[in-house]
Design a protein around this ligand. Sequence first.
Ligand code: GLC
Length: 567
Amino acid sequence: MDGVKVIVDGRGIDGAKDIGLKNISSHCALFEMDDYDLSKLLDKPRLNIERQRSFDERSLSELSIGLSRGLDNYESAYSPGRSVLDTPASSARNSFEPHPMVADAWEALRRSLVYFRGQPVGTIAAYDHASEEVLNYDQVFVRDFVPSALAFLMNGEPDIVKNFLLKTLQLQGWEKKVDRFKLGEGAMPASFKVLHDPNRKTDTIIADFGESAIGRVAPVDSGFWWIILLRAYTKSTGDLSLAETPECQKGMRLILSLCLSEGFDTFPTLLCADGCSMIDRRMGIYGYPIEIQALFFMSLRSALVLLKHDAEGKEFIERIVKRLHALSYHMRSYFWLDFQQLNDIYRYKTEEYSHTAVNKFNVIPDSIPEWVFDFMPTRGGYFIGNVSPARMDFRWFALGNCIAILSSLATPEQSSAIMDLLEARWEELVGEMPLKICYPAIESHEWRIVTGCDPKNTRWSYHNGGSWPVLLWLVTAACIKTGRPQIARRAIDLAESRLLKDGWPEYYDGKSGRYTGKQARKYQTWSIAGYLVAKMMLEDPSHLGMISLEEDKQMKPVLKRSSSWTC
Ligand code: GLC
């Protein structure tokens, strides 16, 4: 805890003494709960990591970095001329030889930096000059920047993350219009671009809130990632002063207002349209998709520890607590699928009326797809893609399941089961390149109906069962949290055998991910950053704390067996 107090505000030891304690008092939970749980995690017998440092030790060792950076003038902390060959602090800090790819990855990551008036504010989606079509890959995407941000935080370079958080917060303040329709105040952009005018020597920003995006899809995930990143920044630097600014507090409240509103919905999950997350094209991911619900849950939990307990904050805190309660119950009960649950659904009665209904959503057993019976191992389980009236999307989604583990939306038993399934279905879900974005692909008639004949999303390509290297960081984090670093090691080895050679593609195609994606961009930044984050986390698992939340004991796990269905 001392380390944390000292770098609050970047004011150094003495200055922090009085302000630190005061500032921290309302937020103690953030550090105390997480630190306690992380040290517990590191004691797990299955976790076989070479270097285990307690979080407190890490805080102290990073204190020097925090202090020297904190004392720097905020404006001058970064210089655009910074050498791309700078040694990453993470590899300098540890004793063993880094993989040769690591240096290449850092070089490529630094090349992707975007500057606004001399300050780095993000990273472009892809630095692929060979591709004829730039589209919007030269923009800074909020979701794409997350692994870049984590890499910089883990490397002791938090300033770019702070700049990004502040810049996107400003963009949130814009009036957002699509034709004649005004978007919610809290909406965060999908992406932004810095325009440099060399003659006038000015930098301006344009942002896209979905009004320019292919298909005009709204990035529901952007606001959630923003809150999650604010917590990661705060947790990693110990600098509470950013989250505590009236601007950040307001930004969070605006995002939360969008998703905590009460309406006609009978579910605590968030209702969304197709294409609102990483899978930003029509893929049948609308209604209550796991990809969004898991991020929603994680951002609610993150906001809970970041919001101040002042009058406005308190009101939101109360709403969050209630929603978390309902949301975790709903997800753990109805989205969870394992062998037993599948068997129960298979034998469901339909057309039940009243509160005593077992088959609450009136799912017709005939709608269970054939593949899921073979896919389901005897041991293991996962959160399915979607649940709504008479509709269960049985597809497995990588991001939703990993975020469920990291946010502790999944109970410890469910987290272990998700990892059991990953191990049991390694060929299908990992194959030759980690990790499938979803499983299985949709084909033929279903592909026509669901995607609208999307030529980019043909079976086992892109969003439709393609393999995305960026997901490596998420699965690595989930592996570490569940005490299975050896699985992460296997996944990283696979990535290491190909990523650099193939030019850091955006995605791979094919049933086992053998082929570089049909239209994949090269030098895709989040493929590069995802690899670095995975490496750094495995080397130093204490980094996990910035992106993981331990179980909240108050959210009681649901005893999940529909044993009463025959009654
Ligand atoms: C594609 C991906 C999306 C990503 C963007 C930039 O649109 O589907 O998830 O954010 O490219 O890389």
